[in-house]
Design a protein around this ligand. Structure first.
Ligand code: ADP
Ligand code: MG
Ligand code: MG
Length: 869
């Protein structure tokens, strides 16, 4: 097969084979841009090399010779020529740009002999020795693994001794001396000399690039970014052009638009008499690109034209590397430029307005993650650099940036917040009892727990900054302190929490505020036009619901009624209900809760107006509402007027070995139908109350955790009877839907039958994942990372849909439900409803909507649109 391609033979579509850099060099050559000649050794050659135990095959070596000969002919230069010496760069370039891979080697081909000839040919011998010094340094570090500081420290000390300020000040004579010393360093560090034969230099350099594919840095980077390990890298060999050949030469980089703001203006920097990465290395201060217009107007004009041509060709903002040799411009690289979230939106919208791209292109171009970034405040980048870390071991559970004083309990959080302080709640982990403290806090930090722990899920739901699993912190909630890195943080100390990175810092750090703009609105409008699925929110508090609707959610996909039982007074009544021994006592307690529930539902439906709201009837096991033990049991017993013994007995009766598989969801209501009757009464009363005020609403009543049709049929009957009774008493009829949550594998398998009785389905992906794998969601943290590291799993099924397993269950359920009841409305709620990859899968099914936390709504809208393009 063909392993080596001249730039003329490739194109932009050959990234798999030629890597990103090589494919774009080829493309630029095809566009007629001034690109130095060269060729690319393919990613297949890399894979072959690694498979053969790090050996270049004869086939590759032969093709390499041929292409080198062609290059020599084309350039009229040669490795062995005294008159026209060929020097090349060796540049790695995988399909996906990958920092952590091998660096570039420049000026390859120089040796002791030809450097002198080159020096004699040029006006200033300095140029030749500068090139040689650079080659020795780059080749040594990259190919022979000599630590770069070995060269740099010597060079710095030398400059200091001679009184040279910058590299460019070092004269030829001194460079000669440096080169000699560098060769000594080879012997000391690598125990072998610098290879004098250019061909040997070239093959060794190519092999080093191929080997670097498997170095630790590269592997870690690929793991982090989900890049496959078996695609290999290409190598580009390119004729050198010299930005360091005097003051009519230089090198630089430019973006076709401002990568921080998106402003449509060339943005870049350059240095005269410089080579390679001098511009980014910060040795000399580069000049702004506009200045080039004064220094070399022709080259500048040509460059501006090239940047325009490249941007309109690639239809995206470009990041371009160039070099000027004696006023002649060369383009060395182009790629789609990295940009901030703000710039991403501005650029996409501008390019549509300019007629360069379509709305579909614009929507496809913006990363869903940048939407999240835009909606949360961020820490000032500069300020972060000098901040002192408390922990960087935590997980970025919910994005945002927050500062406040440390508190160790929900009670303290509430009290201090009420007194006007900003607080950060620091806990080993959180539980439903901490809700009020979490609401009061600016951010939540836990020392245990993962991305799907209680703290993480609730915080994301609230759009609140949260870092979980800071395993290096030692927390003592009794004595109220945290130990970190040998130091102690006490209650009242100020910390800052970065929910986007998982880091926690000492003290206050300046933030930059999130801002919704007209441009953002316009962009999101296009996404909605394009999308097929609609997006609802999972929410029950006023703040969350308002936030979700401000982001254009199309309704509420999940009201978790248990969240409404945790207010102080409600909890008392709920506990009375649980402790009651007769039906009458239970109903009495429920009647009190009903008053609160009715009010809450009225508030929720009023915010939704004519948009649908799914209310899930009570789901968790009852013991979640009881105190955990110790002091609290006594306090609660006193409060309820029962003995501690009695309360303890009841708690132990309610104890379950597997609470998530226990007496919960619809099973509770099979035993205590009065619970769902109370909730139905509250819902229907709320709707009737609103109707009286002229507000029509659309409640959808959902029964959780169904696994048999009988369960649903019985409870549907309970709900319908109660609803009818309430409506008849008022003499007013209202519409509502009744449906079920699909969250057990059995429900998926009997979905056709369930659908005959159900007006809607909503897939509860958290429980469904838990039951599909048999992984307890609260314990999976103990092994899931190891599973992912050892490639037993390639995703965390609680965060991204497992297409092959759980996806198939969902698919079976959707298809059989639709054929049994074509009118059925189907949605998805739970964590996966906001995950872009999962959304792509749901989009391919004939479902109607996804539902997620309010702050994930905009990202989900964008993901639903991207699924369609
Ligand atoms: P990276 O992938 O790190 O960007 P590159 O392969 O683009 O590495 O090389 C880094 C720099 O080296 C380029 O920006 C350019 O300045 C310089 N360079 C690479 N090839 C050549 C060449 N043929 N002539 C002159 N300079 C080159
Ligand atoms: Mg680099
Ligand atoms: Mg580059």
């Amino acid at each position: 097969s063909k392993f080596v391609y001249a730039f003329e033979e490739g194109s932009q579509n050959m990234k798999d084979l030629l890597g990103g850099k090589g494919a774009n060099l080829s493309e630029m050559m095809r566009l007629g841009l001034p690109v130095p000649n060269g060729f690319t050794i393919t990613t297949e050659a890399c894979i072959e090399y690694l498979d053969r135990g790090e050996q270049l095959s004869d086939e590759v070596l032969t093709q390499l010779d041929e292409k080198l000969k062609e290059l020599e002919d084309k350039t009229n230069k040669a490795f062995s020529s005294d008159e026209n010496l060929l020097l090349v760069s060796v540049r790695s370039g995988a399909k996906i740009s990958m920092p952590g891979m091998m660096d570039t080697i420049l000026n390859l081909g120089l040796n002791d002999e030809n450097v002198e000839k080159l020096a004699a040919k040029t006006e200033d011998a300095r140029f030749a020795y500068d090139c040689y010094r650079r080659l020795l340094q780059m080749f040594g570090s990259v190919v022979y693994n000599i630590p770069m500081p070995a060269f740099e420290e010597y060079f710095e000390a030398f400059k200091k001794e001679k009184g040279h300020v910058t590299d460019a000040d070092v004269p030829a004579e001194d460079l000669k001396e440096i080169v000699e010393q560098y060769k000594e360093i080879y012997i000391e560090e690598a125990h072998k000399p610098f290879p004098q034969d250019p061909k040997k230099q070239l093959t060794e350099a190519i092999e080093a690039v191929f080997k670097s594919w498997n170095n630790d840095r590269a592997r870690i980077y690929r793991d982090l970014n989900e890049i496959p390990h078996d695609i290999g890298t290409a190598v580009n060999v390119q004729e050198m052009v010299f930005g360091n050949s005097g003051d009519r030469s230089g090198t630089g980089v430019a973006f076709t638009r401002n990568p921080a703001t998106g402003e449509h203006k060339l943005y870049g920097e350059y240095l005269l008499n410089a080579q390679g990465e001098d511009v980014v290395a910060g040795i000399r201060t580069p000049k702004a690109i506009e200045t080039l217009n004064e220094q070399m107007p022709h080259a500048y004009e040509e460059f501006v034209n090239v940047t325009k041509k490249l941007e309109s060709h690639y239809k995206d903002m470009q990041d371009i590397e160039f070099t000027i040799e004696n006023e002649k411009l060369f383009i060395l690289q182009t790629r789609n430029g990295k940009r901030t979230a703000k710039a991403a939106i501005n650029i996409a919208v501008d390019m549509v307005r300019e007629g360069v791209i379509s709305k579909e292109d614009a929507v496809a171009m913006v990363d869903v993650k940048s939407i999240d970034q835009l909606l949360h405040p961020n820490f000032n980048e500069e300020a972060l650099k000098s901040a002192e870390l408390v922990s960087d071991k935590g997980l970025p559970a919910s994005p945002g940036a927050a500062t406040g004083v440390v508190v160790f309990s929900a009670l303290d959080a509430k009290a201090k917040a009420e007194a006007g302080e900003k607080v950060i709640l620091v806990r080993p982990e959180t539980s439903p009892e901490d809700i009020e403290g979490m609401i009061a806090a600016e951010a939540i930090v836990t020392t245990h727990g993962g991305m799907t722990s209680h703290a993480a899920v609730v915080a994301r739901g609230m759009g609140k900054c949260c870092v979980t699993g800071c395993s290096d912190l030692e927390i003592n909630t009794k004595e109220k302190y945290v130990k970190y890195a040998g130091k102690t943080l006490s209650e009242g100390d100020i910390i800052s929490v970065n929910g986007s990175t998982g880091a926690v810092y000492i003290g206050e750090i300046e933030t930059t505020k999130a801002e919704a703009s007209d441009v953002f609105e316009e962009f999101m409008g296009w996404a909605e036009e394009i999308a097929r699925l609609s997006v609802r929110m999972n929410a029950e508090t006023e703040g969350d619901i308002k936030a979700g609707y401000s982001f254009n959610a199309k309704g509420i996909g999940l009201v978790r009624t248990e969240h409404m039982f945790f207010g102080e007074e409600r909890l008392i009544e709920m506990r009375r209900f649980i402790l009651a021994s007769t039906y009458e006592e239970r109903v009495e307690a429920l009647n009190k809760i009903k008053v609160y529930q009715t009010e809450d539902f009225e508030g929720i439906f009023n915010l939704s107006q004519d948009r649908p709201s799914i209310v899930r009837l009570l789901d968790p096991p009852l013991h979640e509402f009881l105190p955990k033990g110790g002091e609290e049991v006594k306090a609660v017993a006193d409060q309820l007027g029962v003995t501690t013994d009695f309360l303890e007995k009841r708690i132990s009766e309610l104890h379950e070995f597997n609470p998530m598989l226990g007496h919960r969801g619809c099973r509770l209501a099979i035993t205590y139908p009065e619970l769902y009757e109370m909730q139905t009464e509250a819902i229907i009363t709320a709707v009737l109350n609103l109707k009286e005020k002229g507000i029509e609403t659309k409640p959808e009543i959902m029964i959780p955790l169904v696994s048999t049709t009988q369960e649903f049929v019985i409870l549907k009957d309970v709900v319908k009877k109660k609803a009818q009774e309430i409506m008849d008493a008022k003499g007013v009829q209202v519409d509502y839907l009744i449906g079920t949550m699909i969250e057990t594998p059995r429900a998926c398998l009997v979905a056709g039958e369930l659908a005959q009785h159900s007006e809607f389905f909503s897939f509860g992906t958290n429980d469904l994942a838990q039951l599909t794998y048999g992984f307890s969601r609260d314990d999976a943290g103990k092994f899931i990372n190891e599973y992912i590291n050892r490639e037993i799993l390639n995703i965390d099924p609680f965060q991204t849909l497992d297409v092959e397993g759980m996806g198939q269950l969902i698919k079976i359920a959707v298809e059989s439900a639709k054929s049994a009841n074509p009118a059925i409305k189907i949605g998805v709620c739970g964590e996966l409803g906001g995950d872009p990859k999962s959304i792509h899968f749901f989009n391919d099914l004939t479902i109607d909507y996804v539902s997620c936390s309010p702050f994930r709504v905009p990202g989900a809208i964008l993901a639903t649109a991207q699924s369609q393009v």
